[in-house]
Ligand binder design. Structure first.
Ligand code: ADP
Ligand code: MG
Length: 240
């Protein structure tokens, strides 16, 4: 579903990613772990062109999304993103948060988007919040709405950038279980996370990022039980 070839990304003189290669199959759940500042966010942001690659190619279902003339709105519809800080529109109701983009981009009519919003609110267990504003929701509820908003676009893959890092501990579980449900339903997902339990239980593959790219990858059992590099061993000794 996604193929990354020789992806490099620099900010000025700072080369953050150097020749990253990876592939994600349809229905796979990839967990990305690694120390702060090593380029995990930059990497997944290039996957939906929130960041432009300095060089290399990214294919989504065979189409190079780094090519000139690519429809960026279409890329972002197909490759959804859930952020650490939710990024809901504060001045819009929850329902409007879900319907705005699909209607604006001409993917759905107003009534189709409304029906989809009702269905998604039910799916994330927040039907009673349709007319509420984001500020009246808890962090966990906001993140479930942010996930619903991404689902409203019928994405082919969803990228999550530390989706539970801004939450109070008691709200982490509700968001992780929703993500697990999506994974069980076959959604293709790339999740940057510090939740090692989630990575172990839900991910099909784990990628360990360190300076400039992927340093080690494997099944959760390989990564957590048989880490090869000293860098990964050191990292795990700090987070486990
Ligand atoms: P991580 O998500 O792993 O913590 P990031 O991808 O956020 O790491 O950052 C990797 C490096 O890229 C850091 O050195 C950071 O300062 C730098 N960086 C990230 N975004 C920008 C930007 N928009 N402009 C300049 N430097 C950036
Ligand atoms: Mg980050």
């Amino acid at each position: 579903m996604i193929k990354v070839e020789n992806l490099s990304k620099s900010f000025g003189d700072n080369e953050v990613l150097s020749n990253v290669n990876m592939q994600i199959e349809k229905g796979e759940v990839i967990a990305i772990i690694g120390p702060s500042g090593c380029g995990k966010s930059t990497f997944i942001r290039t996957l939906n062109q929130l960041e432009e690659a300095t060089s290399g190619a990214i294919y989504v279902d065979g189409e190079d999304i780094t090519a000139k003339g690519v429809d960026i709105n279409d890329v972002r519809r197909r490759v959804g993103m859930v952020f650490q800080h939710f990024n809901l529109f504060p001045h819009l109701t929850i329902k409007k948060n879900l319907t705005l983009a699909p209607v604006k981009l001409g993917i759905m009519s107003e009534s189709e988007a409304d029906a989809k919003a009702v269905e998604l609110l039910e799916r994330v267990g927040l039907s009673d919040k349709a007319d509420a504003y984001p500020d009246s929701l808890s962090g966990g509820q906001k993140q479930r709405i942010a996930i619903a908003r991404t689902l409203a676009m019928n994405p082919e893959v969803i990228l999550f950038d530390e989706p539970t890092s801004a939450l109070d501990p008691e709200m982490v579980g509700e968001v992780l279980s929703l993500m697990k449900e999506l994974a069980d339903d076959g959604m293709t997902m790339v999740v940057v996370t510090h939740e090692m339990g989630f990575a172990k239980e839900v991910a099909d593959r784990v990628m360990f990022f360190d300076e400039k790219g992927i340093k080690e990858e494997g099944t959760p059992a390989e990564i957590f039980n048989f880490p090869q590099s000293q860098r990964l061993k050191d990292f795990l000794s700090k987070v486990l």
